[in-house]
Design a binder for this molecule. Structure first.
Ligand SMILES: [Zn+2]
Ligand SMILES: [Zn+2]
Length: 149
């Protein structure tokens, strides 16, 4: 009976080791997926663009989105930016297995300072919808004022 338990423990231990090895392999094979296309480093606080779902560091995309509403990777017009918990988890796992890929505290702070995606979702302003509305409203006001004696 005791012997059986020992065997079981040994088997469990081996299974755990195998799982760790697989996790590591998985993380390594994901390095490319976990690389930001803007800074070419492993993600830091990754976010994804909707609808194309390409991911970038929050700080990197914050700089970009001020200049362009298009995805830096595929150039598709974005409507929203969402925090990517999936990528965050994979990044954390990867960093745990490859601590040398982690950024310095200074770099992290620099990224945090830039990061405008502090909420779960961020709506990308759609210029084609917002601007003409204001123009129309202003135009109506102008007409009413002109008609008054
Ligand atoms: Zn980046
Ligand atoms: Zn894209």
């Amino acid at each position: 009976m005791k012997r059986e338990k020992e065997e079981e423990m040994k088997k469990k231990n081996e299974e755990r080791k195998e799982q760790e090895r697989l996790n590591k392999l998985k993380a390594e094979s994901h390095k490319e997926e976990l690389t930001c296309n803007i800074c070419l480093e492993i993600f830091y606080k990754p976010v994804s663009i909707i609808p194309c779902l390409h991911s970038f560091c929050g700080g990197c995309l914050s700089d970009w989105i001020k200049k362009s509403k298009e995805c830096p990777h595929c150039r598709k017009q974005g409507t929203q930016v969402q925090k990517s918990h999936n990528m965050q988890n994979m990044t954390e796992l990867f960093i745990k297995e490859n601590p040398e890929e982690d950024r310095s505290d200074e770099e992290k702070k620099h990224n945090d300072d830039k990061d405008i995606f502090t909420h779960e979702t961020y709506n990308i302003e759609q210029p084609s919808a917002a601007v003409p509305q204001r123009g129309l409203f202003g135009g109506l006001f102008g007409m009413i004022n002109n008609n008054n004696p």
